[in-house]
Design a protein around this ligand. Structure first.
Ligand code: ASP
Ligand code: MG
Length: 455
């Protein structure tokens, strides 16, 4: 059994939807499919929920825009009239629910996290109906399945939730039997599950990769394909480095670290549900459907060049907490962390010394975090600084931390390029070395490192 996941990058318009349907229909044995929302739709839903709170007059306009987009896609990719009509009706039913939820937010003037998540889940529900329609138009028996209806039960966390795999297996067993017998191709919604109390829980941005792995677990699939619109997994961002090359194989840890540091390849928790299973995981490219893509394996054999990829995340900021004894004060990191967690500010990394604690956070959250920490002085913290123009450069490769001389090569290459390294963390991960530079220097550092390790 194979699970195929198609992200928002593969679902842009009628043309890409048609290509996706062709790829699925081409499979010899009926696969299972997981989809993200069409590109940009999740962001539109986030904006719609925020706008509804302040002004109900925005709602019909925003819902019509979603309607127009999906109708255009469905009409472009689904020729047979009966299938097309049926798909349009399904889209209408789904959008009516979105509209009602948005009015609920407008009338109460608030969106609880559960309602907010519920609104966000509709991007995937819409996409699943479009993809199933496009498959039926090609004569493939296909059905949209909403993950909250097939028992994808999570823990209580509404954000970054974790699926209870045992429970999912149990409630999914019958449906799984039908799917494995090839009765139809299920088109399952990615991104969300449902808490034991029935609230919609999310797996985080790009969470559909994780959903796909959960489905692979539930179906005991042998193969999981994550389809992207880009040309596979590269040694660096090809827009930044012309000589970037394709990587044939990566370990689980390398893929997770690269995703964490901004390469956006896989949701960092994708491989969790596959622990203990033998599943072939591949990143495939819509641009080159016949290509082998990048294989993700448990362990890669040691190679001469241990570095696999160089990446930079330019969307970060540093919160620097100064005080003569901050490094020594018990509990201070816990307190800072809790304060930021309340504000939903995610900490990427912490680098500490006796007189300064450095928190690396998402750039868009930085100001919020800064204001909160600034007002939270209690004698230990002397000053809080915000540095907004920083980037994190990461060099990733299994075995690089044990291999003698790799760190020296990393930092001398960067120094030769005239880039000043502001802060270093090495050894925190067994497969990555990362450091912080001025945002303006990030691209130069990446190019220098790529030249050093890939020639
Ligand atoms: N649609 C969601 C997002 O934009 C989930 C996903 O794409 O996997 O983050
Ligand atoms: Mg996505």
């Amino acid at each position: 059994m194979k699970v195929m996941k198609f992200g928002g990058g593969c679902l842009k318009d009628a043309k890409t939807l048609d290509r996706v349907a062709a790829i699925i229909a081409h499979e010899g044995r009926k696969p299972a499919v997981v989809v993200s929302a069409f590109q940009g739709v999740t962001d539109q839903l986030i904006a719609a929920a925020a706008a509804a709170r302040d002004d109900e007059r925005t709602i019909s306009d925003r819902v019509s825009r979603l309607w127009d987009r999906h109708v255009k896609v469905a009409e472009g990719a689904i020729r047979p009239v009966a299938v097309r009509e049926e798909t349009l009706r399904a889209i209408e039913v789904v959008l009516q629910r979105v509209e009602r939820l948005l009015y609920g937010i407008a009338y109460t003037g608030e969106a609880s996290p559960a309602i907010h998540n519920h609104v966000l889940s509709y991007g995937e529900r819409l996409a699943a109906r479009c993809v199933a329609g496009a498959l039926r138009a090609r004569g493939v028996a296909a059905r949209p399945l909403d993950s909250d209806r097939i028992g994808m039960v999570t823990d209580d966390a509404l954000e970054n939730a974790t699926v209870n795999l045992g429970r999912f297996r149990a409630s999914f067993r019958r449906t799984a039997g039908h799917i494995k017998r090839g009765l139809y191709v299920p088109v399952v919604t990615g991104f969300f599950g449902v808490t034991p109390e029935g609230r919609i829980s999310l797996f985080g941005r790009n969470g559909s990769d994780y959903s796909a792995a959960v489905l692979a677990h539930g179906l005991e699939a042998r193969s999981l394909e994550i389809w992207k619109d880009v040309g596979g997994f590269m040694s660096a961002d090809p827009d930044a480095v012309k000589a970037a090359r394709k990587i044939g194989r990566l370990s689980y840890y390398e893929a997770a670290e690269l995703s964490y540091f901004g390469a956006k390849i896989l949701h960092p928790r994708t491989l969790e549900p596959l622990t203990g299973r033998t599943v072939e995981v591949r990143i495939k490219s819509l641009a080159e459907p016949g290509g082998r893509g990048t294989e993700i394996v448990r362990r890669v054999p040691a190679r001469r060049n241990v570095v696999k990829s160089v990446t930079a995340n330019e969307g970060l900021a540093l919160l620097r907490i100064h005080g003569p004894g901050v490094g020594y004060k018990p509990g201070i990191i816990g307190r800072l962390g809790r304060r930021l967690a309340e504000l939903r500010v995610n900490i990427y990394s912490i680098i500490t010394a006796q007189t300064c604690i450095n928190l690396l956070v998402d750039g868009k959250d930085a100001r919020r975090g800064f204001e909160a920490l600034k007002s939270d002085r209690n004698g230990v913290i002397a000053r809080v600084d915000l540095e907004e123009d920083v980037a994190l450069v990461a060099v990733v490769g299994e075995g690089m931390v044990e291999r003698r001389g790799v760190a020296a090569r990393v930092f001398s290459a960067v120094a030769r390029a005239g880039v000043n390294v502001e802060m270093i963390s090495s050894g925190a991960s067994e497969v990555a070395t990362y450091f912080i530079v001025d945002r303006a220097d990030a691209a130069r550092a990446v190019r220098a490192l790529h030249r050093e390790f890939f020639g």
